[in-house]
Write a protein that binds this ligand. Structure first.
Ligand SMILES: Nc1ncnc2c1ncn2[C@@H]1O[C@H](COP(=O)(O)OP(=O)(O)O)[C@@H](O)[C@H]1O
Ligand SMILES: [Mg+2]
Length: 242
């Protein structure tokens, strides 16, 4: 049988695409998990900016937490002029409250769906979904809410990155497993302290339909954004005896 090739959406983040067979699967949903300061926002904005500059693909950044002015100022550090891209209608910033997303799930796509159609959005980021999930009390309703959010996101047909501070639900507590099966890929960002120094690393935990690298690799944030070093394996102290 002929092998089906998935269309790929490259991030152009130095070092990343080679780890995952040239990029995210087109129209896939990808979860980036990492603690505060691990690089989730910088990674996901790089993904959008590179889509605009290298592929002329409009991108939308939906956030519950980041303030627009602050984000634009922080990202200008990396040479990304989000205000200019916004004027050109290539970058759409949308600050949304978790409560409004909750409403969206009941009423359907509404405003966001209109923007996606009107601006022909191809790349979508939601940064982060942690506060949305926190709206729900117990693990089961959290899971149900996340599932219906994922359903809505899938219906929009973008290649989507969701960031999260932790696993979305406690997988041990939910019958039928966690949400890891609902997303197409899970990327872990580490920022671990050892002997007083924090080290950054990245790991592709899973990516459907993709033979991906199974190493934890060195990552850096510099004046140009995120860089990954495919030849530099990172071993954290706590795993040396595994
Ligand atoms: N210009 C820069 N050069 C080097 N590191 C930077 C620069 N700007 C930010 N950082 C690092 O990136 C971190 C923030 O990354 P961010 O993507 O906002 O994390 P997250 O969204 O996971 O909380 C900062 O705490 C800092 O360590
Ligand atoms: Mg962030």
């Amino acid at each position: 049988m002929k092998k089906l090739r998935f269309e790929r959406v490259p991030t152009h983040i130095p070092g990343f695409d080679k780890l995952v067979n040239n990029g995210f699967k087109k129209r896939s949903m990808n979860l980036i998990i990492g603690g505060a300061g691990s690089g989730k926002t910088i990674f996901s904005v790089a993904y959008l900016v590179n889509g605009i500059l290298k592929h002329n693909e409009p991108g939308m950044y939906i956030t519950f937490e980041e303030k627009k002015e602050e984000l634009y100022e922080n990202m200008s550090e990396f040479g990304w002029d989000l205000a200019k891209l916004e004027k050109e209608k290539k970058f759409i910033f949308l600050e949304y409250s978790p409560e409004r997303v909750k409403k969206l799930l009941v009423e359907g796509g509404g405003l966001i769906e209109n923007i996606i159609t009107r601006y022909n959005i191809k790349r979508l980021v939601i940064d982060s979904i942690t506060s949305f999930v926190l709206l729900y009390q117990d693990e089961l309703t959290k899971k149900e809410a996340a599932l219906s959010l994922f359903g809505l996101l899938r219906s929009w047909g973008c290649t989507t990155l969701l960031t999260s501070e932790k696993y979305i639900v406690n997988m041990d507590k939910v019958e039928g497993g966690g949400l890891e099966f609902e997303v197409d890929s899970i990327i872990l960002l580490y920022h671990v302290k050892e002997k007083g120094i924090r080290k950054r690393a990245i790991e592709v935990l899973k990516m459907r339909g993709t033979k991906h690298i199974e190493k934890t690799l060195k990552m850096e944030i510099t004046g140009t954004g995120v860089t990954i070093y495919p030849n530099r394996i990172v071993i954290f102290k706590h795993e040396e005896n595994d």
